[in-house]
Design a protein around this ligand. Structure first.
Ligand SMILES: NC(=O)C1=CN([C@@H]2O[C@H](COP(=O)(O)OP(=O)(O)OC[C@H]3O[C@@H](n4cnc5c(N)ncnc54)[C@H](OP(=O)(O)O)[C@@H]3O)[C@@H](O)[C@H]2O)C=CC1
Ligand SMILES: CC1=C(/C=C/C(C)=C/C=C/C(C)=C/C=O)C(C)(C)CCC1
Length: 310
């Protein structure tokens, strides 16, 4: 049963000396295993974590296991746009390149709460936080092309809807659905970003993934989910297996033509009708820019002369 639920292995043998990668939420779960494999292949890997102490422990562990000393920890709290901007500012100052951005961090089923900027927590961290981070790092990705962005979404997007009149969950909130909505937003962002990147001929490609059902700390906010995870822990994927599809999208040669697609078990996967709706994707893009105070045409602007961080 585990084999059935755990198929999909990244078989690319590509090595990454001289390449630079950022993995959000890399101190545990799928992100940690993704970062470890990128380090094993010789990349300089930035663990973008909200808890720097946890991150440092993991960095030491990865350095020991891989022999790669180029594993660095930087503070990133996706629930605070000031922290996202501070992370990006420091990264842009210290790094010439960015080849791989893995937008992996996520929260699931947390009680109703808001980010420092007043966004509902799931939408704020899982979607808007990564949207802003990608915006701030895009110029560096373009300069480093060919480069890739991987957005970790979920099969749960099938139950998601983008309720523009209730994006912050103020009129109605259900924690499980809030997670699903944010994971749908990850796919819509991926598709819209891919469309815009193609139009600008940037050499940056973008993919969304479902990692599978993975034994990680994601279920920490729900006693029921913790219980289900515990019962089925032997059958569901290990974090290392859960990292395979992110790695596949980050590393597989020739995947550029599939930019914008969604992947599961290292194959292109079907997404819901909502997730294929270009009108919703465009509107979500505009609304996200509005909420974050960034220009809607930021992608075109990133192609022009260097701009300071707003
Ligand atoms: N596990 C599963 O079955 C599935 C997971 N996914 C997706 O995979 C991704 C990784 O999840 P997984 O490894 O399972 O879960 P974990 O809970 O194990 O890891 C989530 C990571 O995100 C970080 N994070 C949470 N909030 C923030 C924040 N505000 N700022 C920065 N980092 C934050 C966590 O940091 P900290 O440790 O400090 O809390 C942690 O490092 C998520 O996007 C999730 O939605 C999708 C489908 C299924
Ligand atoms: C019923 C059932 C399962 C439960 C699956 C669930 C509840 C999946 C939830 C996935 C989530 C929350 C993804 C996050 O993005 C298992 C464990 C596969 C084992 C087989 C039977």
């Amino acid at each position: 049963m585990r084999k059935m639920l755990s198929s999909g292995v990244c078989t690319s043998t590509i090595q990454l000396p001289g390449k630079v990668a950022v993995v959000t939420g890399a101190n545990t779960g799928i992100g940690k295993e993704t970062a470890k494999e990128l380090a094993r292949r010789g990349a300089r890997v930035y663990l973008a974590c909200r808890d720097v102490q946890k991150g440092e422990l993991v960095a030491r562990e990865i350095q020991m296991m891989t022999g790669n000393q180029q594993v660095l920890v930087r503070k990133l709290d996706l629930a605070d746009t000031k922290s996202i901007r501070a992370f990006a500012k420091r990264f842009l100052e210290e790094e010439k390149h960015l080849h791989i951005l893995i937008n992996n961090a996520g929260v699931m089923m947390c009680p109703y709460s808001k980010t420092a900027d007043g966004f509902e927590m799931h939408m704020g961290v899982n979607h808007l936080g990564h949207f802003l981070l990608t915006h701030l790092l895009l110029e560096k990705l373009k300069e480093s092309a060919p480069s890739r962005v991987v957005n970790v979404s979920s099969l749960a997007h099938h139950l998601g809807r983008i309720h523009f009149h209730n994006l912050q969950g103020e009129k109605f909130y259900q924690s499980g659905l809030a997670y699903c909505h944010s994971k749908l937003a990850n796919i819509l962002f991926t598709q819209e970003l891919a469309r815009r990147l193609k139009a600008s001929g940037s050499g940056v490609t973008v993919y969304s993934v479902h990692p599978g059902t993975v034994n990680s700390e994601l279920v920490r906010h729900s006693a029921l989910m913790r219980w289900i995870w515990w019962i089925f822990s032997f059958f569901i994927k290990t974090p290392q297996q859960g990292a395979q599809t992110s790695l596949y999208c980050a590393l597989t040669e020739g995947l550029e033509v599939l930019s914008g697609n969604h992947f599961s078990d290292c194959h292109v996967a079907w997404v819901s009708a909502q997730a294929r709706n270009e009108t919703v994707a465009r509107r979500l893009w505009d609304v996200s820019c509005d909420l974050l105070g960034i220009p809607v045409d930021w992608l075109m602007m990133a192609a022009g002369p260097k701009r300071s961080l707003k």
